[in-house]
Design a protein around this ligand. Structure first.
Ligand code: B12
Ligand code: SF4
Ligand code: SF4
Length: 387
């Protein structure tokens, strides 16, 4: 099986016992008690840690890793008047769920042909098991301080998946490498989401925040920068990832205009266009709203006056209050007379309380910091509406 893995399109394969994940169970309980969960995990901790609840008579778990690219060759430039956002590397190619499930199916077929009594249950990401805990036990890599499984061969730029089976395969030993005294990821995390080595408060992780659909706090919006989906900072700074770049899976190669797109056209992208462009991309699973909201945030963070008309359009016309409120924040962040005017005008028409609040706060901020033009635009706005 191991010798065949490469020809099946699998970069690394290992075997773990199917014993309960007792240490992980304690970990997950503490994680929940501290409020560090993202809400995307399987909620049933028994299912997460006891393979026998998912599969009749499990004897082993086969873990696989597929390496993905970490570098864009000649990426388009993000320039004044033509600012761009960025998808994280885990969403650069075709949706990895599709790719890994297909590889696991190939592996199942290969095994079934040789061992007809074999039974298999494969999962990638959305299964109950912790893909990282399985990979760690199967010797795929070690569990880094940034939480990622780091392989000696491909660094942490790997997707993980696994297959529970009734076949009693000899287990592999975990890898012996570790992070040593390095703390680069903890130091670089923009929101201090890594509260201790290997412990993440997902609620503060930008990767999580980019995947939410609601309003984002001022602090986190500033820290999102121009990220449209996911965050790679704690992996980019990792010395174990230096020079690691896998470009041998054509389906995982990035389309530059998709993964580093112009921001303004994203704002008015309809559902059909979104599905055509991003439907087969891992970033699409939450729909277009989070990505469009993040595009609005990114334009605010660029503070580029050229994007004021597009943001004013969102504030005036977008039917989703989250988008309008976020556009108000971005206009306030960009500032200047045109932004202040758009905000003041929108206040007259806006009926949603949350959006009115956001407009009020943006106008208030402009009044405190803005110049004469902004102040003029505010002159007709009653005090109550401004703050
Ligand atoms: C929920 C989730 C998220 C959440 C929370 C992430 C987190 N760290 O918990 C959010 C949305 C933030 C997220 C972000 C990302 N994710 Co995610 N996510 C998941 C998911 C669905 C569950 C993870 C989970 O249960 N976390 C809870 C923690 C507590 O458990 P765990 O990390 O699974 O297990 C480890 C710890 O428990 C630890 N541990 C256990 N006991 C102890 C004891 C001590 C003392 C210590 C220190 C540690 C420790 O060891 C376990 C193994 O490493 C998995 C898929 C899956 N089904 O497993 C993908 C997964 C972890 N994500 C993945 C990826 C790629 C990402 C991102 C890089 C995407 C991006 N570029 O934005 C970021 C990375 C953020 C980060 N630093 O972790 C990959 C990881 C690949 C890899 N090489 O490790 C996975 C495995 C998906 C996949 N199948 O490929 N993700
Ligand atoms: S993904 Fe980003 S926000 Fe999350 S832990 Fe890593 S660096 Fe911090
Ligand atoms: S940056 Fe350093 S501490 Fe963090 S995962 Fe990489 S090696 Fe470990």
């Amino acid at each position: 099986m191991k010798a065949a893995a490469r020809q099946l399109g699998i970069d690394k394969i290992g075997v773990a016992s199917a014993e309960p994940f007792t240490e992980l169970r304690e970990r997950l309980e503490r994680h929940r008690a501290l409020g560090y969960e993202s809400g995307f995990e399987e909620p049933d901790l028994d299912k997460r840690t006891e393979p026998s609840l998912l599969f009749d008579d499990p004897r082993s778990i086969v873990a696989i890793a597929i390496a993905y690219p970490s570098k864009l060759k000649n990426p388009p430039k993000s320039e004044p008047g033509a600012r761009r956002g960025l998808l994280s590397r885990s969403a650069w190619g075709e949706d990895y769920h599709t790719v890994l499930r297909e590889r696991l199916r190939r592996l199942e077929t290969w095994l079934q042909e040789r061992v007809p009594e074999g039974r298999f249950l494969s999962m990638v990401d959305t299964g109950a098991l912790s893909d990282r805990a399985v990979a760690e036990r199967a010797g795929i890599g070690w569990s880094g301080s940034n939480c990622a499984i780091i392989t000696p061969e491909w660094g942490s730029w790997v997707y993980l998946g696994e297959m529970i089976t009734n076949l009693p395969l000899p287990p592999d030993a975990p890898v012996t490498e570790s992070c040593g005294s390095c703390t680069a990821c903890i130091d670089a995390c923009p929101t201090d989401a890594i509260v201790a080595p290997g412990q993440l408060n997902a609620q503060r992780c930008i990767s999580f925040v980019t995947q939410t659909k609601g309003l984002v706090s001022d602090e986190l919006m500033r820290k999102i920068g121009n990220r449209l989906y996911g965050c790679d900072t704690c992996q980019i700074v990792c010395p174990e990832n230096k020079g690691k770049h896998a470009d041998h899976h054509p389906e995982l190669e990035p389309d530059h205009e998709k993964v580093k797109p112009l921001l303004v056209p994203l704002l008015t992208m309809g559902n059909r266009e979104f599905k055509e462009r991003y439907g087969s991309n891992a970033s699409a699973w939450r729909g277009r709203k989070p990505i469009q909201r993040n595009a609005v945030i990114a334009l605010g963070n660029f503070k580029d006056a050229a994007s004021v008309p597009a943001l004013a359009g969102v504030l005036r016309d977008d039917p989703r209050f989250e988008l309008r409120a976020t556009a108000a924040w971005s206009l306030g962040r960009i500032g200047g007379g045109a932004a202040a005017e758009a905000l003041a005008q929108a206040l007259g028409d806006e009926r949603d309380e949350a959006v009115r609040d956001a407009i009020g706060q943006a106008l208030h901020g402009l009044r405190e910091t803005g110049g004469a033009t902004a102040a003029n635009a505010l002159s007709g706005v009653p005090e109550r509406e401004q703050s």
